[in-house]
Design a binder for this molecule. Structure first.
Ligand code: NAD
Ligand code: ZN
Ligand code: ZN
Length: 353
């Protein structure tokens, strides 16, 4: 099969012919129809996170926002059938035994496997995954539209749920990219007053079209003043990989507000304890989500409350797409589509085109 293979950090990935994976007893083989390109793929490919680099498989097929069809299954798989439309998330497998798995935090499993990091992912024609961590996609969603929910969607859904934002509270979203544009919609659906902050006017326009109450260009010196002028944000969600976004987010919080850390810049961020204490701010971080979080965000999308702004591109464009993300040029999400599948097979059940 064709796959985009990363052999070394900071090198372009190369489209190669590799062996098609064989599903084990409890696994399914999925024919990939769309795989979102997340900024985390850029961080992994560039070796941005020193704490993480040692667990990265090499050579590696990146990609952890996978949607496709089950084409083979192991003898032990009971709940999925051939032809089922499914997705595979970042959380490839969790043990079910450790304290975190048993305590409702399987996304923190100490033995977890990660799609497109510790095991091969979806920038390929086929990928295998444990049936237990493979989720069915609602029939109303096309596979192209559903793919980004498997990381971008589930991540911001969990983060905002953890922040326990109430209707009419002020939510500032820093970074209106793949994650942020979904976060704006979830914030709006929760009844929050959402302010979207980005450095790109195109992305701010997207946020407005998705119901943001206000939009601010992060490069304007008045951006933070304007949020503070309304009393400050109850929750400032950072979905940007920029350190300055963290600084601005911290500065726009109201007393007792929550800084919600989701974007993962390569460099450290630093806040003055005297300012943290003076406002009794809370700092809360969130990582991807559990299978339950994933089911919830799939249900929201199935009900039309959340939609991803998606552009499909051929798998061979993978290096250009990674570069566009590095340069902040991607509005919404780009999904990669393997050769021969660019046409109608990506449509929702019962739809054409
Ligand atoms: P993206 O590139 O699609 O979006 C990032 C956005 O930030 C862009 O729109 C960019 O214009 C904007 N931006 C850049 N500088 C800014 C600034 N100073 N202020 C405000 N906005 C600014 O990326 P993405 O795929 O949405 O991922 C974003 C980050 O989230 C990455 O670091 C990624 O690794 C991380 N991530 C974390 C998790 C998690 O579980 N915590 C999950 C997925 C992704
Ligand atoms: Zn991701
Ligand atoms: Zn576990």
């Amino acid at each position: 099969m064709k796959a985009a293979v990363l052999r070394e950090f900071k090198q372009p990935v190369v489209i190669e012919d590799v062996e098609r994976p064989q599903p084990g007893t409890d696994e399914v083989l999925v024919r990939v129809e769309a795989c979102g390109v997340c900024h985390s793929d850029v961080h992994v490919a560039d070796g941005d996170w020193p704490q993480f680099n040692k667990i990265v498989k090499k050579p590696l097929i990146l990609g952890h926002e996978i949607a496709g069809q089950v084409v083979e299954k192991g003898a032990g798989v009971k709940d999925l059938g051939l032809g089922d439309r499914v997705g595979i998330p970042w959380l490839h497998w969790s043990c079910g035994q450790c304290d975190f798995c048993r305590g409702g935090f399987e996304n923190l499993c100490v033995a977890q496997k990660i799609t497109g990091v510790t095991v091969d992912g979806g920038f390929a024609e086929y990928v295998k995954a444990p049936a237990s961590h493979t989720e069915k996609i609602p029939p109303v969603l096309s596979l192209v539209d559903a793919a980004p929910l498997f990381c971008a969607g589930v991540t911001v859904h969990r983060a905002l749920r953890q922040a326990q934002i109430s209707p009419s509270e002020r939510l500032a979203v820093f970074g209106i990219g793949g994650l942020g544009h979904v976060a704006v919609q979830i914030g709006v659906a929760l009844g929050a007053e959402v302010t979207a902050v980005d450095v790109s006017e195109e992305k701010l326009a997207l946020a407005r079209s998705m119901g943001a109450f206000a939009t601010l260009n992060a490069s304007s010196p008045d951006a933070i003043k304007s949020i503070r002028g309304r009393g400050g944000a109850h929750v400032a969600l950072v979905t940007s990989a920029s350190r300055s976004a963290y600084e601005s987010a911290f500065n726009c919080l109201r007393p007792t507000g929550t800084l919600l850390a989701v974007g993962l810049p390569a460099e450290n961020v630093c806040f003055a304890p005297v300012l943290m204490a003076a406002k009794e701010v809370r700092i809360r971080a969130s990582t991807v989500g559990t299978r339950q979080d994933l089911r919830e965000v799939l249900a929201l999308a199935g009900a039309g409350k959340v939609r991803c702004e998606v552009v499909a591109r051929p798998l061979v464009d993978v290096n250009e797409v990674l570069e566009e993300l590095r340069r902040g040029r991607v509005a919404g999400r780009i999904v990669l589509v393997p050769p021969g599948l660019e046409q109608s097979r990506n449509s929702a059940v019962g739809q054409t085109g």
